[in-house]
Design a protein around this ligand. Structure first.
Ligand code: NPG
Length: 372
């Protein structure tokens, strides 16, 4: 595959409700969509999951645009007509870090490559299901009101979501978890702290064990591997890693050291769908459950995530919620929840396209790049 042109579309999309986590609040999603046009005229799409500021990771929208234009695209200059997705990954690997930018670019190229072969991403990755179980991630209410939290969770339970994830932080943990567990004694429930606690909080977080949770996600800073070992020893609730996992090697380390027993796989965090599949394969060999994380994606990123979540090792519901959980109007035809599941797209590539008028409406900036 050769590259004719890369078009970047920067969109601004209001969220249906503000999403507050331990690292900040987002009310409008700043999205970068990558459109790749290959030498044979096929168009492919990828989504960059950076936020507008470096709160979740060091990457952010402007850094992704800069690294794509200045380093990633030039690294793909030598691709020839026989080059495939593995060649793209190897060429991008000369740049250190910047996994979200790499994922966006490599997914657009993978999508175009698959469309040219009339093959779906789900089939290419090795998906074995045509529907995936969906969970939903519930932010910290800006009012910090338990009543408001229960109202929001109730709406998701009524909609059919199969698992609830509560964002927690120091000061917003025991009380909300206890309230949700009392209201729904049987719903699969988990927490996500986004690194907000310290090693010394291990005994405190162990008090959440009584609520029969599926897992605690990333309680400690991403580089605190030994802290996660201590946390895993202190809590009966399994520890899951998100921000710490950048590769199959880091997933292997997490499982081997006992820092985590469950892995959240986010393609944007690990540099793309090929590495996401490698992590899945490794965890499956080691009988460690994985699930697909979410980054408030539009239908473009969601389509690819749903294909990934259909692989056999994804045994826990993912943050693959319906379009309506995030946006009034999605940039693709909406993903709709049916009996707590989303259907895996079957068309060539990621199987969905932006709706041109909606894309135009939401776009605040765009540019064209060429690989010379
Ligand atoms: O459903 O897409 C979703 C959101 C899931 O909680 C979620 N994502 O820390 O995993 C996270 C969090 C996140 C969202 C992080 C956006 C960074 C950006």
């Amino acid at each position: 595959m050769t590259i004719e042109l890369i078009r970047l579309h920067r969109l601004s999309i209001p969220l249906v409700r503000p999403f507050r986590t331990s690292f900040g609040t987002e009310s409008v999603r700043d999205v970068i969509l990558v459109e790749a046009v290959t030498g044979d005229g096929v168009h492919g799409w990828g989504e960059c999951v950076t936020m507008s500021w470096p709160g979740y990771s060091y990457e952010y929208g402007n850094s992704a645009i800069a690294v794509m234009a200045e380093h990633l695209l030039p690294s793909l200059r030598e691709l020839d007509a026989d080059a495939g997705p593995e060649d793209v990954r190897a060429a991008l690997d000369v740049v250190r870090g910047h996994p979200m930018a790499k994922c966006a670019l490599s997914t657009a190229l993978l999508d175009a490559w698959l469309r040219g072969r009339d093959r779906s991403l789900a089939d290419y990755l090795g998906a074995q299901r045509d529907r995936v179980d969906c969970g939903v991630s519930v932010g910290i209410p800006t009012s910090e009101s338990i009543v408001e939290l229960l109202d929001e969770v109730g709406q998701y339970v009524d909609a059919g979501y199969r698992r609830i994830k509560l964002k927690i932080e120091p000061g917003w943990d025991l009380e909300p978890v206890s309230a949700v567990r009392s209201a729904w004694p049987d719903i699969p429930l988990q927490t996500d702290a986004n690194q907000a606690y310290q090693r010394s909080d291990a005994q405190y977080l162990a008090r959440l064990d009584e609520f029969d949770l599926l897992l605690h996600e990333q309680p400690l800073p991403e580089d605190d591997w030994y802290g996660h070992v201590l946390m895993s020893q202190a809590c009966r609730t399994p520890i899951c890693m998100d921000e710490s996992i950048h590769s199959a090697a880091s997933a292997d380390s997490a499982l081997t050291f006992g820092a985590a027993s469950i892995i959240n796989i986010k393609p944007g965090r690990v540099g793309g769908y090929l590495t996401a599949r490698d992590i899945h394969d490794l965890c499956r060999d080691r009988d460690a459950p994985v699930w697909c994380g979410g980054m408030l994606e539009t239908g473009i990123g969601r389509a690819a995530n749903v294909a990934l979540a259909a692989l056999p090792g994804f045994t826990l519901p993912g943050d693959t919620s319906a379009s309506s959980r995030y946006y009034e109007v999605d940039v693709t035809p909406p993903f709709v929840l049916e009996d707590g599941q989303l259907a895996v797209p079957t068309g060539p590539g990621i199987g969905v396209d932006p709706i041109p008028e909606v894309l135009a409406d939401l776009t605040v900036w765009s540019t064209e790049l060429r690989p010379e």
